[in-house]
Design a protein around this ligand. Structure first.
Ligand code: KG4
Ligand code: ZN
Length: 333
């Protein structure tokens, strides 16, 4: 019997979820809109807003899950990676809650949790599977042997795929976070209108830094000839950039699948909400006989549901931490 309260506060969303015997019965996400004024997340503001949001989010989660504080059997929290000030709010709250109710404390790696989001709903992937984890801070191909037996077999050497989306959006004067807006405009444009070279990076690794610069130079050059270039071609630019990013991701995923002889393929993290990636993955699956797994939208971007399910599996393994545990901005995988 377990009722786990989970807290996620690694970046700019304050989220609280409840996992009742392996089922997510609440997943409250309080977004912080304040960062839109600055074109990116301001860490100091993020931690302040987490402080305002956390108690109401916990209260709402208890109401949604129809449980009381006394029903909670353990508290799970994101220990890292993330912004230190933001993590501190979640860790401190989780510790106090666990101490006051005299219940165990469970620390969760944010990137493990993105992958374990696949174990919230059916169908669930079978071990071993490969997971492309693509978020605002990470781009990784992970070989998942078991719930907590994971190995990064490829990753970005510089920027993450989400950053490539967000920075392109910034160049196009779209507000932060730009990924979902690029996705929206891409649906109306031609993905083959403009071509961007695929970076040639060895093995299963990625690089998006040069790619991002090539988009900057392309736009500058076009604007010299036509100052209205962006406004006149916004949909086509978004569709072409999205198509290129998706191709880079899928080509490495195909290489990994071949190398490891694995056909159970999952995607996770904020960028897994992207419609181009979802469609491209399904198309590749049809061609290569893969079984693919994509989380529900609410479990793609940062959410405490994924922390709760990871916490549930740690609870079953009695993998608890003490009050002395520290938040870690960067964390061993
Ligand atoms: O996992 P996440 O919520 O936070 C991190 O852990 O970083 O990922 C956020 C990232 C942002 O870069 C955001 O622009 C991107 O995911 N994202 C998308 C879409 N939805 C979120 N990128 C492209 N298309 C989307 N539909
Ligand atoms: Zn994340």
């Amino acid at each position: 019997m377990s009722v786990i309260l989970a807290i996620e506060s690694s970046c700019d969303d304050t989220s609280v979820a409840i996992c009742n015997n392996g089922k997510i019965t609440a997943n409250v996400i309080a977004n912080q809109t304040i960062h839109q004024n600055y074109g990116g997340v301001i860490p100091e503001l993020a931690s302040r807003v987490h402080q305002q949001n956390i108690v109401p989010a916990v209260q709402q989660a208890l109401i949604d899950a129809k449980v009381t504080k006394q029903d909670i059997t353990a508290v799970a929290f994101t220990r890292g990676p993330g912004l230190l000030g933001s993590l501190l709010v979640g860790v401190s709250f989780a510790k106090s809650f666990a101490l006051a109710l005299n219940i165990p404390l469970i620390s969760v790696n944010h990137m493990h949790a993105h992958i374990l989001a696949h174990f919230i709903d059916d169908p669930k992937p079978a071990f071993p599977f490969l997971c492309l984890t693509v978020s605002g801070g990470h781009t990784q191909i992970v070989l998942v042997r078991d719930y907590f037996d994971m190995e990064i077999v490829g990753e970005t050497l510089d920027d993450a795929a989400g950053e490539a989306f967000d920075k392109t959006a910034k160049l196009l004067a779209l507000p932060y976070p730009g990924g979902p807006l690029i996705d929206k405009h891409a649906k109306l444009g031609n993905p083959l209108a403009f071509k961007f070279a695929e970076p040639q990076i060895p093995e299963l690794n990625f690089s998006f830094s040069g790619f991002k610069t090539s988009i900057l130079y392309f736009i500058r050059k076009q604007e010299k000839e036509n100052p209205n270039f962006i406004a006149e071609h916004l949909d086509d630019i978004c569709a072409s950039v999205q198509h290129s990013i998706v191709q880079i991701l899928l080509n490495k995923l195909k290489k990994a699948a071949k190398q490891y002889g694995i056909k159970e393929i999952a995607i996770a993290g904020g960028v897994s909400a992207n419609s181009g990636l979802r469609n491209g993955l399904q198309q590749t699956a049809d061609e290569l006989g893969w079984k693919v797994y994509v989380p529900a939208f609410q479990y793609c971007t940062d959410n405490a549901g994924m922390i709760a399910i990871a916490g549930y599996h740690k609870f079953l393994a009695k993998d608890f931490v003490g009050q002395e545990v520290s938040p870690m901005a960067r964390m061993e995988f």
